[in-house]
Design a binder for this molecule. Structure first.
Ligand code: FEO
Length: 173
């Protein structure tokens, strides 16, 4: 079983991952409203991936014989100033998620819970990729000024993002 402290912290992280999924879904709606199909598609794939992140922790908590508790998910913003502003907000959010995962890994190490630390190392690596992916899009958008033909080209490129592969041990998989 997990220590009560770790159980609580992992439940909070499940909530953070669900909020991430919710936030990216709000960005899908925003991009759809601008007729940016590629950006909307990219955000939808990201929302799915965040759902998987939540379920991976969910399954782990269950596997450890502890209790999952689903907490209230806050409403995400509805609008951003521009597609570039939305991707910048996504990057800031991923930086927040990295900090949250790092704090959890610190706690697992303090509690000498090697199995939880091992799970969290997967997330540590994943966050490097998550930040790099969004940062790449932000930089490209900044390069083209975030509008016009350049935005059209980026939108087309983002349409090719593949669906996330199901993670091992995911609930229902
Ligand atoms: Fe699951 Fe993008 O953090």
């Amino acid at each position: 079983m997990l220590s009560p402290k770790l159980q609580d912290a992992l439940n909070k992280q499940i909530n953070e991952e669900y909020y991430s999924s919710y936030l990216y879904t709000a960005m899908v709606a925003y991009m759809e409203d601008l007729n940016l199909d590629g950006c909307a598609h990219w955000m939808k794939m990201q929302a799915e991936e965040e759902h998987q992140h939540a379920l991976k922790i969910f399954d782990y908590v269950v596997e450890r014989g502890s209790r999952v508790e689903l907490l209230e998910i806050q409403a995400p913003p509805k609008d951003w100033d521009s597609p570039l502003a939305a991707f910048k907000a996504a990057l800031a959010h991923e930086q927040h998620m990295t900090a949250s995962i790092n704090a959890l890994a610190d706690l697992a190490q303090e509690e000498k819970d090697h199995a939880t630390n091992n799970l969290l190392q997967w997330y540590v690596t994943e966050q490097v990729e998550e930040e790099a992916n969004v940062d790449d899009i932000v930089k490209k958008m900044e390069m083209i000024g975030g509008t016009g033909h350049g935005l059209f080209m980026i939108d087309r490129e983002l349409k090719s993002r593949p669906a996330p592969t199901p993670l091992a041990g995911e609930a229902g998989a």
